[in-house]
Design a protein around this ligand. Structure first.
Ligand code: FES
Length: 292
């Protein structure tokens, strides 16, 4: 029963590579023509991508942006293993088999109109997808914090948007987010110009501390990134008594719920249970994954 809702919405497409750009730190942004995936994807969805024609194993990669009208899907990934290194060699005009969109997406709540979106490294895409989905929705006032220890896969700009609680001089933001008029700031330990020198969660704490009580009660945290970062995000949410959804990254084989290769232990109402990240997640309530 649990994965039935996904069955009519996962498509296999031979997707043409429209753009494939390399950034420092072995990061790549890949745009594929995959109209069915684009039409059904939601913030938090991922696609299972065949990295090379003769390599049957796929890699799960989070969706960063889609254009339903033009039918493209953007992915940010890091070439870290054999599969993603092969993927990084694929050229414009070639086709790639993709299966998607897959997974339970983030869920927004109208009574929490101040989403705090925290993305670290290649965990940035799902939170950017949430941000873009809210860019024309005046009911929500998101704030985005992105962290990276390698140069960001975009050229940071000084933001035009002032944000209460953010220390003076912390002005670097992501150009796309500024274009969408969504406030954002960047954090790193590498001393990049205009960025907060510290962890994303420390910057988040400064923003939370500047909110009045009413605004604080309107915050919900959405996050994706390395496991230790998510654990710190979960404990920050617990400290401020805020709901928090996190998207997990896990090794996957089948990607559609059949092999149990991606199970994690989570807390449920009836005790500890094993859940499949691919179809029961990748988005989980942070308290389920990191019970305090
Ligand atoms: Fe096979 Fe999740 S990858 S069940």
């Amino acid at each position: 029963m649990s994965n039935k809702p996904h069955r009519d919405t996962i498509f296999v497409e031979e997707a043409e590579i429209l753009t494939h750009e390399a950034y420092q730190g072995d990061q790549f942004i890949l745009r594929l023509l995959a109209p069915q995936c684009a039409a059904q994807a939601k913030p938090g969805s991922f696609a299972h991508i065949q990295c090379a024609p003769l390599k049957p194993l796929r890699r799960p990669i989070s969706i960063m942006r889609v254009s339903v009208d033009l039918g493209w899907v953007d992915f940010l990934y890091k070439a870290v293993g054999k599969g993603t290194r092969l993927l990084s060699q694929r050229k414009l005009g070639e086709t790639i088999s993709i299966m998607g969109p897959i997974g339970k997406p983030f869920e927004l709540h109208a009574e929490r109109p101040r989403p705090l979106l925290i993305g670290g490294g290649v965990g940035m895409p799902p939170v950017l997808f949430v941000a873009e989905s809210l860019s024309e929705n005046p009911d929500y006032k998101p704030f985005v914090i992105l962290g990276s220890e390698v140069p960001f896969p975009f050229k940071p700009i000084p933001s035009k948007i002032l944000i209460p609680g953010i220390p003076d001089g912390i002005i670097a933001s992501m150009p796309l987010l500024d274009d969408w008029e969504i406030p954002s700031r960047l954090a790193t330990l590498q001393g990049f110009a205009g960025c907060y020198e510290g962890y994303v969660t420390d910057l988040a704490r400064q923003w939370l501390n500047a909110l009045d009580d009413e605004s604080l009660h309107q915050v919900e945290i959405f996050s994706c990134g390395p496991h230790p970062m998510l654990e710190t995000v979960a404990s920050l949410a617990a400290e401020y008594n805020l709901p928090c959804q996190i998207s997990l990254e896990e090794f996957m084989a089948c990607g559609v719920g059949g092999c149990a290769g991606c199970v994690v232990e989570v807390e449920t109402k009836s005790g500890l249970a094993m859940k499949r990240v691919c179809v029961d997640g990748p988005v989980f309530d942070a308290k389920q994954v990191f019970p305090s």
